[in-house]
Design a protein around this ligand. Structure first.
Ligand code: G
Ligand code: G
Ligand code: MN
Ligand code: NA
Length: 255
């Protein structure tokens, strides 16, 4: 059976899962949010990575089904956390390029908000630069619509795509996520050693945008970013993505 048919079955039968990677304030290690990351364990193929099956979904007409499943599940979980009194301040959800272009994506999200009772102000949508470049006018219009629905927007994997700096000035975004490729370079010697991360943090500050570093794995990287005035991070130094129950425990502990 083809991967796309198995994926369709997984979406329909509810065997996908969301894990949540902590986002921390590096100054005190406290949780400032979580990013939802979809997980799929197939009986035949084992764990299939989203980097593999999200493109499969996009190529086989499953993008809305998968995207809406992720949105609904994340919002449902956020509402659960709120009723348990442990709500994270921010829950980031990835939107694929094609998903952003779909005509009904904002309405679908609003329906999910009504259905789950989630506070949209706690939701942040992550879109990649590449997604914004595909059909820029359409993408920008969608982001404005999403923001009117009450969410914030982050540009994911910033620096590796091709968005122009001029476009960034006019985009309806709230935060930049420094791609982990530029965090990796910090403290490694060679030509780059954090130059691009430095430039991105300066750019974010100059434009009045928030900034968060991805893929922080060492305390040397953390110290470098803190010295730049980049205070938020995700990465294996703090935590990999965890299941919802583990996040609940973390929040109860005040982490
Ligand atoms: O968690 P990690 O291997 O698992 O994620 C790999 C890639 O898949 C990342 O680029 C991440 O943004 C993307 N990804 C993870 N979850 C989702 C999702 O729910 N929707 C979309 N569109 N991409 C996702
Ligand atoms: O592209 P996006 O940022 O949405 O994807 C997140 C991806 O990055 C996931 O695959 C996640 O497992 C991975 N990831 C998270 N933290 C780290 C890290 O510190 N190092 C590395 N190498 N990967 C990470
Ligand atoms: Mn992301
Ligand atoms: Na990213």
């Amino acid at each position: 059976l083809k991967l796309s048919s198995r994926l369709r079955k997984a979406i329909e039968s509810g065997t996908l899962r969301l894990h949540y990677q902590p986002q921390v304030d590096m100054r005190d290690g406290k949780l400032v949010g979580v990013e939802a990351l979809v997980r799929w364990r197939d009986e035949l193929y084992g764990d299939v990575e989203p980097a593999l099956f999200v493109p499969v979904a996009e190529g086989s007409g499953l993008v809305s089904d998968l995207g809406e499943w992720v949105l609904r599940e994340a919002c449902r979980q956020s509402a659960l956390w709120r009723s348990a009194g442990v709500r994270p301040k921010r829950l980031s959800i990835n939107l694929s390029a094609l998903q952003l272009q779909r005509g009904n994506v904002v309405e679908a999200f609003q329906a999910i908000v009504r259905e789950t009772g989630v506070d949209p102000a706690t939701i942040e949508l992550e879109v990649t630069e590449t997604a914004l470049m595909k059909q820029p006018e359409l993408a920008v219009r969608r982001l404005y619509d999403f923001r009117r629905a009450g969410v914030t927007v982050a540009i994911d994997d910033f620096g590796i795509g091709y968005s122009s700096l001029n476009q960034l000035r006019t985009l309806p975004v709230d935060r930049i996520k420094i791609d982990r490729a530029f965090v990796e370079g910090i403290g490694q010697g060679g030509r780059e050693t954090g130059a691009i991360a430095t430039a991105i943090v300066k750019l974010a500050k100059a434009l009045g945008l928030g900034v968060i570093a991805e893929g922080v794995e060492t305390s040397a990287q953390q110290d470098f970013l803190l010295a730049l005035g980049c205070f938020e991070a995700q990465g294996f130094l703090y935590s990999k993505a965890l299941d919802a129950e583990s996040i609940t425990r973390l929040m109860r502990e005040g982490g």
